[in-house]
Ligand binder design. Structure first.
Ligand SMILES: [Mn+2]
Length: 316
């Protein structure tokens, strides 16, 4: 018996070594007799609430509308070809949060949220890729999933105002997922889900911050610490350098100052634990009861290890 039944016959160690962030994995019957904890009506109800993040994707050209929605909007939708996406349903429905218990082989602070989608026949978000890992767990009904090529920021996208729909999609595999089946998609792998009849899909998504976002947050952290700043110094100068273009020696100075600033294990460890436990919706903590935790090990100057705990972006 596998250690995490949601991975089917594959052990967690093998999954992490061979599939995670590398290649897709289809697991039939990942959850046996799966009873989806929310249905389309409940999702529509959530999408009426202003604090809940939701989107409608309508038509064969995937036009996106941002929630919250009016009940009248649902009444005027076509009989097919649309999908409702509700973000972070785990924060609003405890039974959905319980699904996260199946993913104990991954650090909890890597989890972003569980997005749940309801789609009528033909509905979906079109062919696209993401920069994060996702497990697509089929709720009610059936959905056809196609996976395709590896993409990156140079992959051509169609001219669609709000969604990054791939201009080219070359399907390499195709499956129909039934209730309780699950498909893991690594970052940058093209995928395209299309509802076969009405269905719900639970997308367990992971957080992968961009280097730029991390530098931004780390800079804010450094500023807030109020430490004396270190300043750029000149490389050895010669008079003719005054009117020449900026010399590579200057750039080398800049790089070494920046790297020196980053080359601080304690700073990085404390900041990263803080950063990765920041709540998804900091302004809604009272309502969601969101709780993100991580612990991190640092070393004192005498070499002794210290474990610090972080919760919701704060040292506990
Ligand atoms: Mn996706």
């Amino acid at each position: 018996m596998a250690d995490f039944p949601i991975l089917g016959d594959i052990g967690a160690e093998e999954f992490l070594a061979d599939y995670w962030q590398k290649k897709p994995l289809l697991v039939r019957g990942a959850i046996t007799d799966f009873e989806p904890p929310v249905d389309g009506d409940e999702l529509a109800g959530l999408a009426l609430e202003p604090e809940v993040e939701s989107r409608l994707i309508v038509g064969s050209d995937w036009q996106m509308e941002q929630g919250p929605f009016d009940e009248s909007r649902f009444a005027s939708l076509p009989p097919s070809n649309w999908s409702l996406l509700v973000q972070a349903v785990d924060l609003w429905v405890p039974e959905v949060a319980e699904l996260l218990q199946h993913f104990g082989f991954l650090p909890p602070w890597r989890i972003d949220d569980i997005m749940v989608s309801y789609a009528e026949d033909g509905g979906g978000v079109g062919p696209h890729f993401d920069y994060y890992d996702v497990f697509l767990l089929q709720g009610s009904g059936r959905r056809k999933w196609q996976i395709g090529q590896h993409c990156d920021s140079n992959s051509p996208v169609a001219d669609n105002a709000n969604l990054k729909i791939l201009a080219d999609f070359a399907a390499t595999d195709e499956w129909i997922l039934e209730p309780g089946d699950m498909l893991y998609i690594p970052p940058k792998v093209a995928h395209w889900g299309t509802a076969v009849g009405d269905c719900t899909t639970f997308s367990i998504g992971f957080r992968a911050p961009a280097a730029t976002e991390m530098l931004d947050d780390l800079a804010t952290e450094l500023l807030s610490r109020g430490q004396a700043p270190t300043f750029l110094t000149d490389p050895p100068l010669r008079p003719e350098m005054a009117r020449a273009s900026i010399s590579p020696a200057y750039i080398a100075q800049v790089r070494s100052l920046l790297l020196e600033t980053l080359n601080d294990d304690q700073l990085l460890a404390e900041w990263f634990a803080q950063y990765m436990t920041e709540p998804k919706y900091p302004m809604l903590l009272d309502e969601t009861g969101e709780k993100r935790t991580a612990s991190v090990q640092t070393f004192e100057s005498d070499g002794s290890a210290v474990i610090s705990h972080y919760e919701n972006g704060l040292k506990a």
